[in-house]
Design a protein around this ligand. Structure first.
Ligand code: TZP
Ligand code: MG
Length: 229
């Protein structure tokens, strides 16, 4: 899938830790989320070893690929290459974007975490396809996050990206997003010069006892203006 045609509306980031996944099966949850309308999936797994990660990535790809949903790997360009998936999501401490692009090629989707304006501008300048902007709200899913930037922080980054000529880089908000706030976040961040392209969630889908319904509900919420608009 060409990076420019990717739909970022509802971005699922996986988490296999017992506190979030519980006793559920990872592949089954991702399948349910894809059926429910997740538009892009990132395998995020900080504990499996390299060969396990490649295996898991291949299993998830069998679920996402037929649905036309891109699969990205968190942190690991080598795993993305070995499993033949669609791209990577890299943080500020991972392989630098230019090196990742050199290895993966122009057809890969490469996203970068941006916690502040400086990081967002640098990644946009270096050719990121999308930015994961946050952390929007504090979340137990990722405790060692840098600053919590709120919707005001997301708005400021979007405005500056547009003002500095990077209006075409895609953006998703991440951190503490759930059915209770997704609609408001999409709406508030659409009130700026540059719209948010979607929201990324972990626990709102991965921790749900009914991931398909949770995904369908999120899709519905983010495609409609909030009642107070
Ligand atoms: N990056 C910033 S916050 C976060 C990541 C991976 C975790 C978001 O998890 P949740 O459960 O959607 O708040
Ligand atoms: Mg990382």
């Amino acid at each position: 899938m060409a990076p420019s045609t990717v739909d970022y509306t509802l971005y699922l980031v996986t988490d296999s830790t017992p506190a979030i996944l519980g006793g559920k099966d990872l592949v089954a949850v991702v399948k349910a989320a894809v059926e429910g309308g997740a538009t892009i999936v990132q395998l995020r797994d900080k504990t499996s070893d390299t060969s396990e990660l490649i295996q898991i990535a291949k299993q998830l790809h069998q679920v996402t690929k037929p649905a036309g949903v891109p699969l990205l790997i968190n942190d690991r360009v080598d795993v993305a290459l070995a499993a033949g998936v669609d791209g990577v999501h890299i943080g500020q401490d991972d392989m630098d974007l230019k090196s990742a692009r050199k290895l993966l090629g122009p057809g890969a989707i490469i996203g970068v975490t941006a916690n502040n304006l400086e990081e967002a501008l640098e990644a946009a300048r270096d050719g990121a396809d999308y930015l994961g902007v946050g952390t929007v709200y504090a979340t137990p899913t990722k405790e060692n996050t840098k600053s919590i930037i709120g919707t005001a922080g997301v708005q400021q980054i979007l405005s500056e990206l547009a003002a500095q000529g990077f209006g075409s880089v895609k953006t998703v908000a991440i951190g503490g997003i759930n059915a209770g706030n997704a609609q408001r976040i999409m709406y508030q961040c659409a009130a700026t010069e540059k719209q948010l392209d979607g929201v990324a969630v972990v626990s709102a889908i991965m921790a749900s006892h009914d991931p398909k319904t949770a995904t369908q509900n999120l899709r519905k919420l983010i495609s409609e203006p909030p009642p107070f608009a």
